[in-house]
Ligand binder design. Structure first.
Ligand SMILES: *Cc1c(COP(=O)(O)O)cnc(C)c1O
Length: 393
């Protein structure tokens, strides 16, 4: 079914689920079958060759996984989509499928911790030439891209300091040299930002975060043109980073409420960021929705909402963080983000635990920084919770 005339909230619910389901079921079944049987050998052969629609083996394709892929494909306005066991599965399969010995990738210093490990440790082992630029120095990124590259890999807003990257400008620079632009859209979600519409070639997500939204399933997704997605899909089916039907079901289910959750999280995060910004015990707040954020104008032009994640630092350093965080009542102190419940943690013990204090300082990550991922709780309860914990300092 063509969803181009319908809004995202409608597509979130119905995409992939418009066919009549077995026994008149009103929600997509979890098809746990490893393989799919045929009575007609010719039909089996046609499906196996990819010449007819159908399913063969769940490492390659699965009906429940297909529903998830359809939902994200429609929300990102893409021709094709494929799903993975985790977000890192999506990222590593994409990079390894597109790169190889002698190829060059240009990216940012502020990518997600796991992605950054790929750039610094794993890709160089395969003679891939990696250049990491200052995340908001767009002149430098353009200049590096202009020297010639195969992949431009971007992420915006970034983790954990919420830097904003100009997608249209950099994707245009990549197009000039024939490079593929890949964007990690996990923080923004397809409700707030659609990188393909801004000129990117591929967009990927850790579906573990906002798409699933309930911290109970892991997954990753990649969207883009049929040609590029199929290139990565062929690597994924052999590499084996396929998502299980149960996890795909949980994520597709979560996606039905994506717009409701994101609207709430956008609004609550802005209110909380403004509150923290004005608080005397808070030294800095990083949130692209604040007019004082250096990336605010770009964020306003490429995002329709500023997202549910912010970070802030406290006066007085890490000792204060140790007092403050355990006092919060409606926050899980945990490494994830994008859930219905509020999650928080210091990058010092979560995303950037493997770096030294010096390396964190070079990335502009103060030791007293706290990443705060706003859930769907009532915003006044969250504000009161922050107030009582700040009062204890
Ligand atoms: C969590 C995350 C990933 C990795 O996803 P997993 O599902 O944990 O493998 C990648 N990028 C960003 C921005 C993330 O937040």
């Amino acid at each position: 079914m063509d969803f181009s005339n319908y809004e995202k909230s409608t597509a979130s619910v119905w995409a992939g689920e418009t066919d009549v389901l077995p026994n008149g079921a009103v929600t997509t079944p979890i098809v746990k079958s490893v393989a799919f049987a045929y009575t007609d050998l010719d039909e089996w052969h046609e499906v196996a060759l990819g010449k007819a629609e159908g399913f063969i083996y769940s490492r390659n394709t699965n009906p429940t996984v297909h529903v998830l892929e359809e939902k994200i494909r429609i929300l990102e306005g893409a021709e094709a989509a494929t799903a993975f066991a985790t977000g890192m599965g999506a990222i590593s399969n994409t990079l390894f499928a597109l790169l190889g010995p002698g190829k060059r990738v240009v990216s940012l210093k502020d990518t997600y911790g796991g992605t950054s490990r790929l750039f610094l440790d794993f890709l160089p082992r395969y003679q891939v030439n990696v250049t990491l630029c200052d995340t908001t120095d767009f002149d430098q990124i353009e200049a590096e891209v202009a020297k010639g590259c195969d992949v431009l890999y971007l992420e915006t807003p970034t983790n954990p300091t919420l830097k904003v990257v100009d997608l249209a400008r950099l994707a245009a620079a990549a197009k000039k040299v024939g490079a593929v632009t890949v964007v990690d859209n996990t923080f923004a979600t397809p409700i707030n930002q659609n990188p393909l519409a801004l000129g990117a070639d591929l967009v990927l997500h850790s579906a573990t975060k906002f798409l699933g939204g309930h911290s109970d399933a892991m997954g990753g997704v990649l969207c883009g043109s049929k040609e590029l997605v199929s290139k990565v899909f062929q690597f994924r089916e052999i590499n084996g980073a396929s998502i299980q039907a149960d996890a795909a079901y949980m994520i597709a289910r979560g996606m039905k409420t994506l717009e409701l959750r994101i609207e709430r999280q956008n609004a609550s995060a802005l209110t909380i960021a403004r509150y923290l910004k004005a608080h005397p015990k808070v030294s800095d707040v990083f949130y692209p929705g604040l007019e004082t954020h250096p990336g605010h104008e770009i964020a306003k032009s490429q995002m329709s909402g500023f997202g549910g994640i912010m970070s802030f630092s406290l006066n007085g350093g890490y000792e204060q963080v140790k007092t403050f965080l355990p006092k919060l009542r409606f926050v899980h102190l945990a490494a994830s983000l994008g859930s219905v419940s509020t999650l928080a943690g210091p990058p010092r013990t979560t995303s950037h635990v493997e770096l030294t204090e010096d390396q964190r300082r070079q990335l502009g990550i103060p030791e007293s920084l706290i990443r705060y991922s706003v859930g769907i709780e009532n915003v006044n309860d969250l504000l009161a919770d922050l107030e009582q914990a700040l009062a204890a300092l």
